[in-house]
Design a binder for this molecule. Sequence first.
Ligand SMILES: Cc1ncc(COP(=O)(O)O)c(C=O)c1O
Length: 384
Amino acid sequence: MKLKSKLPHIGTTIFTEMSALANEHKATKLAQGFPDVEVDPKLQQYIIEAMNKGLHQYAPMAGLPLLLEALERKINTRNNRSVVAKEEVTVTPGATYGIYTALATIIETGDEVIILEPAYDSYSPNITSLGGIVRKVSLQDKDFSVDWNAVKAVINDKTKAIIINTPHNPTGSVWQASDFEALKDCVRDTNIYIISDEVYEYLSFDESKHISVLEDDELYERAFIVFSFGKVLQATGWKIGYNVAPKKLTAEFRKMHQYLAFSVNSLGQYAIGHYLMNDSTLDTLNDSFSKKRDLFLELFAPLPFTVPFKSQGSYFQLLSFEGLSQSFDKDYAILLTKEAGVASIPVSSFYEEKKDQKLLRFCFAKNEDTLITAANKLKQYFKV
Ligand SMILES: Cc1ncc(COP(=O)(O)O)c(C=O)c1O
Protein backbone atom coordinates (compact mmCIF):
# COMPACT_ATOMS: atom_id res chain seq x y z
CA MET A 1 0.00 0.00 0.00
CA LYS A 2 1.17 3.52 -0.69
CA LEU A 3 0.06 6.29 1.66
CA LYS A 4 -0.35 9.65 -0.03
CA SER A 5 0.90 12.22 2.47
CA LYS A 6 -1.42 15.11 3.26
CA LEU A 7 1.65 17.10 4.29
CA PRO A 8 4.34 15.99 1.82
CA HIS A 9 6.62 18.96 2.50
CA ILE A 10 6.50 18.82 6.27
CA GLY A 11 9.22 17.16 8.35
CA THR A 12 9.85 17.13 12.10
CA THR A 13 9.16 20.50 13.77
CA ILE A 14 12.15 22.73 14.38
CA PHE A 15 11.34 22.63 18.11
CA THR A 16 11.81 18.87 18.27
CA GLU A 17 14.89 19.11 16.07
CA MET A 18 16.62 21.82 18.12
CA SER A 19 15.67 20.25 21.47
CA ALA A 20 17.17 16.92 20.33
CA LEU A 21 20.33 18.67 19.13
CA ALA A 22 20.55 20.58 22.42
CA ASN A 23 20.28 17.28 24.36
CA GLU A 24 22.92 15.64 22.18
CA HIS A 25 25.38 18.50 22.75
CA LYS A 26 24.34 19.25 26.34
CA ALA A 27 23.54 22.78 25.22
CA THR A 28 21.66 25.34 27.31
CA LYS A 29 18.11 25.29 25.99
CA LEU A 30 16.86 28.70 24.96
CA ALA A 31 15.20 27.15 21.90
CA GLN A 32 11.78 25.59 22.48
CA GLY A 33 9.33 27.83 24.34
CA PHE A 34 9.17 26.16 27.72
CA PRO A 35 10.14 27.63 31.08
CA ASP A 36 12.49 25.98 33.56
CA VAL A 37 11.15 27.96 36.51
CA GLU A 38 9.33 26.17 39.34
CA VAL A 39 5.61 25.57 38.95
CA ASP A 40 3.73 27.26 41.83
CA PRO A 41 3.81 24.74 44.75
CA LYS A 42 0.13 25.50 45.44
CA LEU A 43 -0.78 24.30 41.95
CA GLN A 44 1.29 21.15 42.50
CA GLN A 45 -0.47 20.59 45.82
CA TYR A 46 -3.86 20.67 44.09
CA ILE A 47 -2.75 17.93 41.68
CA ILE A 48 -1.85 15.73 44.67
CA GLU A 49 -5.21 16.57 46.21
CA ALA A 50 -6.96 15.55 42.97
CA MET A 51 -5.05 12.25 42.98
CA ASN A 52 -6.03 11.58 46.59
CA LYS A 53 -9.65 12.29 45.74
CA GLY A 54 -9.42 9.66 42.98
CA LEU A 55 -10.30 11.94 40.09
CA HIS A 56 -9.23 9.46 37.46
CA GLN A 57 -12.27 9.26 35.22
CA TYR A 58 -13.51 11.35 32.27
CA ALA A 59 -14.25 14.99 32.96
CA PRO A 60 -17.39 16.47 31.33
CA MET A 61 -16.92 17.16 27.62
CA ALA A 62 -16.83 20.97 27.87
CA GLY A 63 -14.76 21.09 31.06
CA LEU A 64 -14.94 20.53 34.81
CA PRO A 65 -17.70 22.81 36.24
CA LEU A 66 -15.29 24.31 38.77
CA LEU A 67 -12.79 25.29 36.08
CA LEU A 68 -15.53 26.68 33.83
CA GLU A 69 -16.77 28.76 36.76
CA ALA A 70 -13.25 30.07 37.43
CA LEU A 71 -12.86 30.96 33.75
CA GLU A 72 -16.22 32.72 33.65
CA ARG A 73 -15.04 34.83 36.58
CA LYS A 74 -11.66 35.50 34.94
CA ILE A 75 -13.18 36.54 31.61
CA ASN A 76 -15.78 38.75 33.28
CA THR A 77 -13.19 40.65 35.28
CA ARG A 78 -9.97 40.59 33.28
CA ASN A 79 -11.37 40.55 29.74
CA ASN A 80 -14.35 42.74 30.49
CA ARG A 81 -16.86 40.41 28.86
CA SER A 82 -19.78 38.76 30.50
CA VAL A 83 -19.78 35.18 29.18
CA VAL A 84 -21.80 32.12 30.11
CA ALA A 85 -19.03 29.54 30.38
CA LYS A 86 -21.43 26.61 29.94
CA GLU A 87 -22.20 27.93 26.46
CA GLU A 88 -19.08 29.83 25.43
CA VAL A 89 -16.00 28.24 27.04
CA THR A 90 -14.54 24.82 26.22
CA VAL A 91 -11.53 23.37 28.03
CA THR A 92 -9.07 21.88 25.52
CA PRO A 93 -5.90 19.79 25.61
CA GLY A 94 -3.76 22.85 24.85
CA ALA A 95 -3.90 25.78 22.45
CA THR A 96 -2.49 23.93 19.43
CA TYR A 97 -5.48 21.62 19.66
CA GLY A 98 -7.79 24.62 20.15
CA ILE A 99 -6.50 26.20 16.94
CA TYR A 100 -6.84 22.97 14.96
CA THR A 101 -10.35 22.32 16.26
CA ALA A 102 -11.47 25.88 15.47
CA LEU A 103 -10.11 25.46 11.93
CA ALA A 104 -11.76 22.03 11.60
CA THR A 105 -15.05 23.63 12.68
CA ILE A 106 -15.08 26.17 9.86
CA ILE A 107 -12.89 25.08 6.93
CA GLU A 108 -14.42 23.58 3.80
CA THR A 109 -12.27 22.41 0.91
CA GLY A 110 -10.80 25.35 -0.99
CA ASP A 111 -11.43 27.93 1.76
CA GLU A 112 -8.62 30.43 2.26
CA VAL A 113 -7.18 31.29 5.66
CA ILE A 114 -4.89 34.29 6.16
CA ILE A 115 -1.86 33.93 8.40
CA LEU A 116 0.65 36.63 9.29
CA GLU A 117 4.24 35.45 8.94
CA PRO A 118 6.45 34.78 10.80
CA ALA A 119 3.85 32.56 12.45
CA TYR A 120 3.58 29.73 15.00
CA ASP A 121 4.34 26.72 12.91
CA SER A 122 1.15 24.70 13.43
CA TYR A 123 -1.15 27.13 11.60
CA SER A 124 -0.15 26.40 8.05
CA PRO A 125 -0.08 22.56 8.16
CA ASN A 126 -3.37 22.58 10.09
CA ILE A 127 -5.04 24.60 7.34
CA THR A 128 -3.56 22.50 4.54
CA SER A 129 -4.42 19.13 6.09
CA LEU A 130 -8.04 20.28 6.45
CA GLY A 131 -8.28 21.07 2.73
CA GLY A 132 -7.85 24.82 3.13
CA ILE A 133 -5.49 27.17 1.33
CA VAL A 134 -2.96 29.25 3.26
CA ARG A 135 -2.76 32.95 2.29
CA LYS A 136 0.41 34.38 3.80
CA VAL A 137 1.02 38.03 4.57
CA SER A 138 4.46 39.04 5.91
CA LEU A 139 4.77 41.30 8.91
CA GLN A 140 6.84 44.43 8.23
CA ASP A 141 10.58 43.87 8.47
CA LYS A 142 11.45 46.65 10.91
CA ASP A 143 9.00 46.37 13.78
CA PHE A 144 6.95 43.31 12.81
CA SER A 145 3.78 45.37 12.64
CA VAL A 146 0.93 44.30 10.36
CA ASP A 147 0.75 45.74 6.86
CA TRP A 148 -3.02 46.15 6.78
CA ASN A 149 -3.08 47.12 3.11
CA ALA A 150 -1.40 43.80 2.32
CA VAL A 151 -4.03 41.99 4.40
CA LYS A 152 -6.85 43.79 2.57
CA ALA A 153 -5.24 42.88 -0.75
CA VAL A 154 -5.51 39.11 -0.13
CA ILE A 155 -9.12 39.12 1.10
CA ASN A 156 -11.57 37.69 -1.41
CA ASP A 157 -14.80 35.66 -1.58
CA LYS A 158 -13.01 32.49 -0.53
CA THR A 159 -11.45 33.98 2.64
CA LYS A 160 -12.86 31.97 5.55
CA ALA A 161 -10.68 33.16 8.42
CA ILE A 162 -7.68 35.09 9.63
CA ILE A 163 -5.43 33.80 12.42
CA ILE A 164 -3.99 36.49 14.65
CA ASN A 165 -1.50 36.17 17.51
CA THR A 166 -0.68 38.78 20.13
CA PRO A 167 1.64 38.87 22.12
CA HIS A 168 3.44 37.37 19.18
CA ASN A 169 5.60 34.29 18.79
CA PRO A 170 8.38 34.59 17.60
CA THR A 171 8.86 38.38 17.47
CA GLY A 172 7.54 39.52 20.86
CA SER A 173 5.45 42.27 19.26
CA VAL A 174 2.12 43.26 20.84
CA TRP A 175 -0.85 44.68 18.94
CA GLN A 176 -2.07 48.22 19.57
CA ALA A 177 -5.72 49.34 19.63
CA SER A 178 -5.20 50.66 16.08
CA ASP A 179 -4.49 47.09 14.86
CA PHE A 180 -7.85 45.95 16.14
CA GLU A 181 -9.55 48.89 14.40
CA ALA A 182 -7.80 47.92 11.16
CA LEU A 183 -8.84 44.28 11.65
CA LYS A 184 -12.44 45.40 12.09
CA ASP A 185 -12.24 47.39 8.86
CA CYS A 186 -11.04 44.24 7.08
CA VAL A 187 -13.74 41.87 8.33
CA ARG A 188 -16.77 44.17 8.61
CA ASP A 189 -19.59 43.05 6.26
CA THR A 190 -17.76 39.81 5.44
CA ASN A 191 -18.17 36.20 6.64
CA ILE A 192 -14.58 36.02 7.80
CA TYR A 193 -13.91 34.33 11.15
CA ILE A 194 -11.11 35.33 13.49
CA ILE A 195 -8.99 32.77 15.29
CA SER A 196 -7.17 34.72 17.97
CA ASP A 197 -4.17 32.99 19.52
CA GLU A 198 -3.72 34.68 22.91
CA VAL A 199 -1.54 32.11 24.66
CA TYR A 200 0.81 34.82 26.00
CA GLU A 201 -2.04 37.01 27.29
CA TYR A 202 -0.42 37.59 30.70
CA LEU A 203 2.98 38.39 29.19
CA SER A 204 3.05 41.93 27.84
CA PHE A 205 5.69 44.35 29.04
CA ASP A 206 6.32 48.06 29.70
CA GLU A 207 3.60 50.22 28.14
CA SER A 208 2.38 47.41 25.90
CA LYS A 209 -0.91 46.13 27.23
CA HIS A 210 -2.47 42.94 25.91
CA ILE A 211 -5.81 43.63 24.27
CA SER A 212 -8.05 40.59 23.84
CA VAL A 213 -10.55 40.07 21.04
CA LEU A 214 -12.90 39.31 23.95
CA GLU A 215 -13.02 43.03 24.70
CA ASP A 216 -14.69 43.96 21.41
CA ASP A 217 -18.31 43.04 20.56
CA GLU A 218 -17.85 43.41 16.82
CA LEU A 219 -14.84 41.10 16.74
CA TYR A 220 -16.09 38.61 19.33
CA GLU A 221 -19.21 37.68 17.33
CA ARG A 222 -16.97 36.04 14.69
CA ALA A 223 -14.13 34.80 16.91
CA PHE A 224 -12.62 31.65 18.37
CA ILE A 225 -10.19 32.78 21.07
CA VAL A 226 -7.50 30.36 22.11
CA PHE A 227 -5.69 30.28 25.46
CA SER A 228 -3.06 27.99 27.02
CA PHE A 229 -2.60 27.28 30.72
CA GLY A 230 0.75 25.68 29.88
CA LYS A 231 2.20 29.03 28.88
CA VAL A 232 0.89 31.10 31.77
CA LEU A 233 1.28 28.56 34.58
CA GLN A 234 4.82 27.61 33.41
CA ALA A 235 3.59 24.04 32.95
CA THR A 236 3.66 23.46 29.20
CA GLY A 237 3.71 19.68 29.71
CA TRP A 238 0.23 19.77 31.22
CA LYS A 239 -1.22 20.58 27.79
CA ILE A 240 -4.41 22.27 28.97
CA GLY A 241 -5.98 25.38 27.52
CA TYR A 242 -9.41 26.71 26.63
CA ASN A 243 -11.35 28.15 23.76
CA VAL A 244 -13.86 30.99 24.06
CA ALA A 245 -16.39 31.67 21.31
CA PRO A 246 -19.99 32.90 21.08
CA LYS A 247 -22.69 30.32 21.85
CA LYS A 248 -23.41 29.32 18.23
CA LEU A 249 -19.75 28.93 17.32
CA THR A 250 -19.02 27.06 20.55
CA ALA A 251 -21.83 24.60 19.78
CA GLU A 252 -20.16 23.76 16.45
CA PHE A 253 -16.66 23.73 18.01
CA ARG A 254 -17.87 21.18 20.57
CA LYS A 255 -19.26 18.91 17.85
CA MET A 256 -15.66 18.56 16.66
CA HIS A 257 -14.14 18.45 20.13
CA GLN A 258 -16.40 15.63 21.33
CA TYR A 259 -15.05 13.35 18.60
CA LEU A 260 -11.42 14.49 18.75
CA ALA A 261 -10.43 14.55 22.42
CA PHE A 262 -13.91 14.48 24.04
CA SER A 263 -12.52 15.85 27.30
CA VAL A 264 -9.35 16.93 29.09
CA ASN A 265 -7.61 15.21 32.01
CA SER A 266 -9.55 15.63 35.24
CA LEU A 267 -6.54 16.04 37.54
CA GLY A 268 -5.18 19.11 35.75
CA GLN A 269 -8.62 20.68 35.46
CA TYR A 270 -9.28 20.21 39.19
CA ALA A 271 -5.90 21.71 40.08
CA ILE A 272 -6.18 24.71 37.76
CA GLY A 273 -9.80 25.35 38.76
CA HIS A 274 -8.88 25.51 42.47
CA TYR A 275 -5.76 27.52 41.76
CA LEU A 276 -7.63 30.14 39.74
CA MET A 277 -10.36 30.36 42.37
CA ASN A 278 -8.06 30.69 45.39
CA ASP A 279 -4.41 31.36 44.69
CA SER A 280 -3.80 32.78 41.22
CA THR A 281 -0.80 35.09 40.92
CA LEU A 282 -1.19 35.42 37.14
CA ASP A 283 -1.58 39.19 37.36
CA THR A 284 2.06 39.45 38.50
CA LEU A 285 3.45 37.61 35.47
CA ASN A 286 3.97 40.71 33.32
CA ASP A 287 6.26 42.05 35.96
CA SER A 288 8.32 38.92 36.62
CA PHE A 289 8.73 38.12 32.91
CA SER A 290 9.66 41.66 31.90
CA LYS A 291 12.44 41.36 34.50
CA LYS A 292 13.58 38.15 32.79
CA ARG A 293 13.60 39.92 29.44
CA ASP A 294 15.63 42.78 30.93
CA LEU A 295 18.12 40.36 32.49
CA PHE A 296 18.46 38.52 29.18
CA LEU A 297 19.14 41.79 27.31
CA GLU A 298 21.66 42.91 29.93
CA LEU A 299 23.54 39.57 29.94
CA PHE A 300 23.58 39.34 26.14
CA ALA A 301 24.53 43.02 25.55
CA PRO A 302 28.32 42.36 25.38
CA LEU A 303 27.79 39.73 22.65
CA PRO A 304 28.19 40.68 18.99
CA PHE A 305 24.45 40.26 18.21
CA THR A 306 22.12 43.19 17.62
CA VAL A 307 18.60 43.61 18.97
CA PRO A 308 16.31 44.30 16.02
CA PHE A 309 13.28 44.84 18.21
CA LYS A 310 12.94 44.84 22.00
CA SER A 311 10.39 42.19 22.98
CA GLN A 312 7.09 43.72 24.15
CA GLY A 313 5.65 40.39 25.26
CA SER A 314 5.69 36.55 25.09
CA TYR A 315 8.61 34.32 26.16
CA PHE A 316 10.89 35.46 23.34
CA GLN A 317 13.56 37.93 22.27
CA LEU A 318 14.94 38.04 18.72
CA LEU A 319 18.64 38.66 18.10
CA SER A 320 20.23 39.41 14.75
CA PHE A 321 23.54 37.91 13.60
CA GLU A 322 23.65 40.08 10.46
CA GLY A 323 27.29 40.92 9.78
CA LEU A 324 28.54 38.05 11.96
CA SER A 325 27.95 35.26 9.47
CA GLN A 326 26.56 34.71 5.99
CA SER A 327 25.15 31.32 7.01
CA PHE A 328 21.49 30.41 6.61
CA ASP A 329 19.90 31.11 10.02
CA LYS A 330 19.18 27.43 10.69
CA ASP A 331 22.80 26.48 10.02
CA TYR A 332 23.94 29.26 12.32
CA ALA A 333 21.57 28.10 15.10
CA ILE A 334 22.94 24.56 14.70
CA LEU A 335 26.52 25.87 14.81
CA LEU A 336 25.87 27.82 18.03
CA THR A 337 24.23 24.78 19.60
CA LYS A 338 27.12 22.50 18.72
CA GLU A 339 30.06 24.85 19.21
CA ALA A 340 28.92 27.42 21.77
CA GLY A 341 26.51 25.10 23.60
CA VAL A 342 23.47 27.40 23.42
CA ALA A 343 20.33 26.40 21.52
CA SER A 344 17.98 28.88 19.84
CA ILE A 345 15.38 28.74 17.06
CA PRO A 346 16.05 30.14 13.56
CA VAL A 347 13.28 32.55 12.58
CA SER A 348 13.11 31.16 9.02
CA SER A 349 11.24 28.19 10.56
CA PHE A 350 8.28 30.48 11.13
CA TYR A 351 7.96 31.17 7.39
CA GLU A 352 6.63 28.51 5.07
CA GLU A 353 9.19 29.64 2.49
CA LYS A 354 11.99 29.71 5.07
CA LYS A 355 12.74 33.41 4.68
CA ASP A 356 16.22 34.07 6.10
CA GLN A 357 16.49 37.39 7.97
CA LYS A 358 19.58 36.35 9.97
CA LEU A 359 17.45 36.26 13.10
CA LEU A 360 17.46 33.82 15.99
CA ARG A 361 14.72 33.48 18.60
CA PHE A 362 15.81 33.02 22.21
CA CYS A 363 13.45 31.96 25.02
CA PHE A 364 14.10 34.02 28.16
CA ALA A 365 11.40 32.28 30.27
CA LYS A 366 14.19 30.73 32.30
CA ASN A 367 15.85 30.78 35.70
CA GLU A 368 18.48 33.45 36.25
CA ASP A 369 21.17 30.70 36.39
CA THR A 370 20.15 29.32 32.99
CA LEU A 371 20.37 32.77 31.40
CA ILE A 372 23.74 33.47 33.04
CA THR A 373 25.11 30.09 31.89
CA ALA A 374 23.94 30.72 28.31
CA ALA A 375 25.46 34.22 28.22
CA ASN A 376 28.77 32.95 29.67
CA LYS A 377 29.01 30.16 27.10
CA LEU A 378 28.43 32.62 24.27
CA LYS A 379 30.92 35.12 25.74
CA GLN A 380 33.52 32.36 25.80
CA TYR A 381 32.69 31.36 22.23
CA PHE A 382 32.89 34.94 20.90
CA LYS A 383 35.84 35.74 23.21
CA VAL A 384 34.24 38.85 24.70
C1 LIG B 1 1.72 31.32 19.53
C2 LIG B 1 1.53 29.97 20.15
N1 LIG B 1 0.33 29.38 20.08
C3 LIG B 1 0.12 28.16 20.63
C4 LIG B 1 1.13 27.49 21.26
C5 LIG B 1 0.87 26.13 21.83
O1 LIG B 1 0.27 26.12 23.08
P1 LIG B 1 -0.07 24.71 23.77
O2 LIG B 1 1.20 24.16 24.33
O3 LIG B 1 -1.07 25.05 24.83
O4 LIG B 1 -0.63 23.82 22.71
C6 LIG B 1 2.40 28.05 21.33
C7 LIG B 1 3.53 27.30 21.92
O5 LIG B 1 4.69 27.53 21.69
C8 LIG B 1 2.60 29.33 20.77
O6 LIG B 1 3.80 29.93 20.84
